[in-house]
Structure formats: C-alpha cells, structure tokens
Write a protein that binds this ligand. Structure first.
Ligand code: F6R
Length: 248
C-alpha cells in the first residue's frame, strides 16, 4: 500500500489540493469534466481551504467539476449546522465557481422507503458520468471509510447504514451530546469507492495512529473496512508524522 508521510498536515493538505488542481486543469485542457468524490470532517478542511485559495489567486475554475460527497447523516436537514451540506457549503462550495447543479450529496430528508431508489440513482449518476476520477477519504477510528462501519461488505453500494457507537461519540461535540447524533447515515459503499480511478486517504494526528496501523499493516477484514483498500492498485495513504507513528 503506497504511503506518503509529510511533516505536518498543512504541507500534506497543500500537496493533495495541488493534485486535485492539476487533475482539474489537465481534464479542462481536453475539454473534459472532472468527477470528484469528496469527504467531510476535520481531515480535508485545509485541502478545501487551499482549493479556495487556488480558485481566488491562481484562477482555478470549478465550472467543469462535478462532485459526489461520500455521505450524509440520516435523518438530516440540509440547513442544519451539522449537515454535510452545510459543511461543504461553508468550507468549499460557497467560495468557488462550481455550478450548484454539479453538486451531489446524499439526501438526509428522504422518507425511508425512498432511500433505496435514491441510492441506486446516486450510483447510476456516477456511472453515467464515467465514474469518479478521484475519491478523497478520511478514516474513522472504527476503520470506517465513508460511513462504511465494521461489518461492511467489500462490494457494498450506496445505502442506509447504522453508525457505530464510537463514530457517534466522536461526532458528539458537533451535536452537543452523543444522544443528539443521528443513529444512521446514507453512505457510498466500499464498492462505490473502489471504482474510483484514484483514491487518496488522508489522516492526521496521533489519535489516528492505531487505526492507520491496522488499515495499512493489519489483516484484511470487514472488522476494519479500510483494510479493503489493500486490494486496490489506485490508492495512496497521505499521512502526517503523528498518524504514521505506529507504522513499522
Ligand atoms: C466524512 C466521512 C468519514 C470521515 C471520518 C474521519 O465524509 O466519510 O469517513 O472521513 O470519520 O473524520 P475526521 O476527518 O473528522 O477525523
């Protein structure tokens, strides 16, 4: 599994943003659209800040970019402060020139019975666009990617899932208590993520060191969904020194 370690998250985030920028520009030159898979959470915040800077100061345009976010809590109103719609607007979309209709985020307002059709349409839309060019990932302390918690199948698609207790505890600060964190989410599957032509998993901080060790060096198992990335030829782990500190 290719692992690149940077001295700190700032440099690492700039490198990732630079790669996204280069991809968008390369495809633009060929008149092509870039299809990006995006993550929320603390990890990619600086990547998005750097993309905003590249847009403002270096003329990077997102007119020909289409995005698919990995996940959204369920149920969740898009206007709630904790929604991933709000997160993406505040950290990226409100500050760049992406056409609103190019933004795709799982819909946390659906009725339960509408979810399966929505999930199939989400998969279909990605496929019809020719697939994800690049998928950005963080990793949860459960080993989740997207919200594919322990027990997720390697060929899983976009679906409604139940969040792990540890994931809800980690989110409790955003919600003012674990009891307020939704118990469910809609997430792209491991199979959906796998089809991306390029996958970058980022992790910073010593808190992630134990799960990074398992993901990179541990036996592949549905108990640590990120271990399935060991099967991919197109994945790179980008870490800071603290997240990498337990690797041998
Ligand atoms: C978010 C997502 C999650 C996070 C993970 C790490 O869209 O899919 O897998 O990437 O929970 O979260 P942070 O970055 O907050 O540590």
């Amino acid at each position: 599994l290719p692992v690149t370690v940077y001295p700190d998250p700032h440099i690492a985030s700039q490198q990732v943003a630079r790669r996204i920028c280069d991809l968008i520009r390369r495809k633009q030159q060929n008149g092509e659209t870039t299809v990006l898979g995006l993550a929320t959470g603390a990890t990619p915040i600086e990547v998005y800040a750097e993309l905003v800077r590249l847009h403002r100061e270096e003329g990077l345009s997102f007119q020909n970019v289409i995005t698919f976010n990995l996940d959204e809590y369920y149920p969740m109103s898009p206007t709630a402060p904790q929604s991933y719609v709000t997160f993406m607007n505040e950290n990226l979309f409100d500050h760049i020139d992406i056409p609103r209709e190019n933004i795709n985020i799982p819909d946390g307002t659906l009725a339960l019975e509408e979810i399966p059709a929505f999930c199939l349409a989400y998969e279909r839309k990605i496929e019809d666009l020719g697939g994800l060019d690049l998928q950005i990932l963080g990793i949860g302390r459960t080993g989740h990617i997207g919200f594919n918690e322990p027990g997720s199948a390697p060929n899983s698609g976009t679906r409604l899932v139940t969040l792990d207790d540890l994931t809800r505890r980690d989110a409790s600060r955003d919600f003012g208590g674990k009891e307020n964190v939704p118990t469910k989410a809609i997430t792209m599957g491991i199979g959906t993520i796998f089809k991306a032509r390029e996958i970058i998993l980022m992790a910073w901080n010593a808190k992630k060191a134990p799960i990074i060790k398992k993901a990179v060096e541990g036996e592949m198992s549905s108990e640590v969904p990120a271990t399935y990335l060991q099967l991919s030829d197109n994945v790179e782990f980008i870490l800071d020194e603290d997240a990498a500190s337990e690797l041998t």
